[in-house]
Design a protein around this ligand. Sequence first.
Ligand code: SF4
Length: 572
Amino acid sequence: MLWIRYVYVQPNRATALWTNEKGDTTMIKEVNNSVSVDDLKKFKDEVLHKYPKKVAKKRDKAILLNDPETPPQIQANVRTIPGIITQRGCTYAGCKGVVLGPTRDIINITHGPIGCGFYSWLTRRNQTKPETETDENFMMYCFSTDMQDSNIVFGGEEKLKQAIREAYELFHPKAIAIFSTCPVGLIGDDVHRVARHMKEEIGGDINIFGFSCEGYRGVSQSAGHHIANNGLFKNLIGRDDEKRGDLKYRVNLLGEYNIGGDAFELERVFEKCGINLIATFSGNSTIQKFENAHTADLNMVMCHRSINYVAEMMETAFGIPWIKVQPIGADSTAKMLRKIGQYFGDQELIDKIEEVIADEMVAVTAAREKALKKTNGKTAMLFVGGSRAHHYQNLFEELGMSTLSAGYEFGHRDDYEGRVVIPTIQIDADSRNIEEITVTKDEARYNPRKTEEELKALEADGMEFNGYEGLMPQMAKGSLVIDDLSHYEMEKLIELYKPDVFCAGIKEKFCVQKMGVPLKQLHSYDYGGPYAGFKGAINFYEDIEMIACSTIWKEMKAPWESETYVEAQYAY
Ligand code: SF4
């Protein structure tokens, strides 16, 4: 039975919280109608009008008015037009910085100039927690071969070998990974040959492997994710067959990078429910967790863009089904837990999950009701990542806020329109640049976790395997969806719509705030977090209430807005 518990009404918006007999609260989604579809169309016309004809033609395909029922085709994962200031990072940053970076016991050596190494030095605030004080943790280090002019002219392979020797002598790690940057690809250093050579030279069990993830190799960091996924599968996953810990309810969480402690919160929730988390890719991870991941019985994909390849490969090789989850937002976290209960079908687990949800939702509901009084009816814009611009809309919905515009930095069409469009995506030269590895059944380890009949029965009961419906079906009709937002477009969005909060990264932060709009970083969370799971939702409600409802932003005025003549001196 459902009943309305609270209704908040503002001039352009009404929001209701529904609570069922178990105490779960659900937000009724309302679209903020203070900004009409015509207004949003005005943005597109105004922006495109300013571009040169050819550029306007290209950008036209990446700026769309959404229709959740029949998502329009968006242009995504194509190269940024030269001259446009993009939010994107490079392929090396995606491989080393995003996917491999958060693993604490691999020494990650950047083969390249020092600037590349600094760029990917875990500026996203990934956290890790070694189990004992003596456990290896190299995450606070930044290893680079620091290539100089002479290495570019005469080759850098010897310098790389020397760096590996030094790293081994100092730390005796179980594994060393090498990451290629742009200059390495240009001069033709072979990091794979060096890896093989050094593995032989050092001997023993050490695992040394390389990634051809030169910054220019793909359209964005997305290519680096794919290359990292291939490397994880070829070099780590499936090397340790020992089943440790509880043999029941064994799951992996894919695409969770422990920003601000998100993985810790999710680990807490899983443990409370009795769910056995084998590996997270790659927040708070270790080599052993990767090597052992194939002993899990279910893969859950959180960031679809950065890790769906691993989920697909593990299903083919080991028979582990995968589902999409979104543990950002309290309701979405509860939904994820219920999906796990449904998958394993064990009443004891299902009951425990309901007990945990009811327990956690008490604090969540209190925090949400408090924040909602101030946040309801406010507006947000999200331009970040390949999944965050989608997942964080759950939290804004829970706060009664509507998303006027959103888009990804490095998403593909399937991240917008859903995986159903994958067969229609054209393979271009950039995609061909990335190695496609052929994965077949692992004869010794392949073990389908569910029979065909069991999978069909779960599907008939509403469970979706290998599916992701993308960002567009969740967004309101007429909202603006923009891929690879440019700096100019960002300024126009702010000028025209003044959202109450803008979510992006450090490159955008201070420009946006100088325009009098608060910016919440969703790569690094500024200094906040965790925002995943139940406690994370509470943190987010509090932080957004504080940021979006502060009156300080209207005081942000550039000197020329209040003075007709501005004089300044250089300070040396
Ligand atoms: S684009 Fe190339 S040079 Fe720049 S950080 Fe990435 S790898 Fe280094």
